[in-house]
Design a protein around this ligand. Structure first.
Ligand SMILES: Cc1cc2nc3c(=O)[nH]c(=O)nc-3n(C[C@H](O)[C@H](O)[C@H](O)COP(=O)(O)O)c2cc1C
Length: 217
């Protein structure tokens, strides 16, 4: 009897994990949303919509704020089967992916497989609870395959400090501040027509490859 109860429990746990895995990675319907309108130059945020902790939604909102402060109009699209592979008319693009089991979420991965971002200035965030090294490497490789000019890619975490002296309870707020700063800097570069890679501020925001201590605050 105990054997059957244990077996039923194992099956239930497996079904729950499979269910959550699919649910958190289901695509949102494709919808173009304008978050800031005004200047002629535009930024586009491509993201996987939140299912869980609203982290990628918050990061997209922070990026939008940063782009707007940097003097750009801002659009936001979810990454789906219907998302155009080549976004036209954007000075800068931001990609926000979630991490599930050490990899970028499926909608992001599928979209980047067919995206053509050739020579588009792009910043990217890999969001996760705190274990994103492998997902970051995979996301970088996928972005490079799209032809994007990758200015900065960094992880932002909800359960691990994002800066050397920060506290876990402030993670979300700090992550949003960092996303906002990345976007403002990228917008400034785009508006100045500078090759953004020459901007040291963007360079130090790039990639983690490990400890939080190596990045800009
Ligand atoms: C099934 C599952 C697997 C996850 N795997 C990872 C992981 O490998 N590394 C990590 O840092 N976070 C992982 N997370 C945390 C999510 O990346 C984090 O909760 C997500 O960025 C929040 O997304 P949302 O709030 O935008 O829905 C996982 C979460 C779930 C539900």
């Amino acid at each position: 009897m105990l054997k059957w109860i244990l077996l039923a429990l194992v099956v239930m746990v497996i079904l729950a994990v499979v269910g959550v895995t699919f649910w958190v990675q289901t695509e949102a319907p494709f919808r173009r949303v304008t978050l800031a309108e005004g200047p002629a130059e535009r930024a586009l945020i491509l993201y996987h919509t939140s299912r869980d902790a609203h982290f990628s939604d918050d990061l997209a909102a922070a990026l939008a704020q940063g782009f707007e402060e940097g003097g750009l109009s801002v659009d936001r699209w979810p990454m789906t089967k219907s998302t155009p592979p080549r976004p036209e008319g954007y000075a800068v693009v931001a990609v926000v992916s979630n991490t599930f089991f050490g990899a970028p979420d499926w909608p992001t991965a599928r979209y980047l497989e067919r995206a053509k971002l050739t020579d588009l200035d792009t910043i990217a965030i890999i969001a996760g609870s705190g274990s994103t090294d492998r997902a970051e490497r995979l996301l970088r490789a996928k972005l490079e395959k799209t032809g994007a000019r990758l200015l900065a890619l960094r992880p932002l975490w909800i359960k691990r400090p994002n800066t050397p002296n920060s506290h876990t309870k402030d993670n979300r707020e700090i992550a949003m501040g960092l996303a906002r700063a990345m976007a403002t800097k990228a917008a400034d570069n785009a508006r100045a027509g500078k090759p953004a890679r020459d901007d040291p501020a963007l360079r130090i925001m790039e990639g983690s490859e490990g400890a939080a201590g190596s990045r800009v605050q």
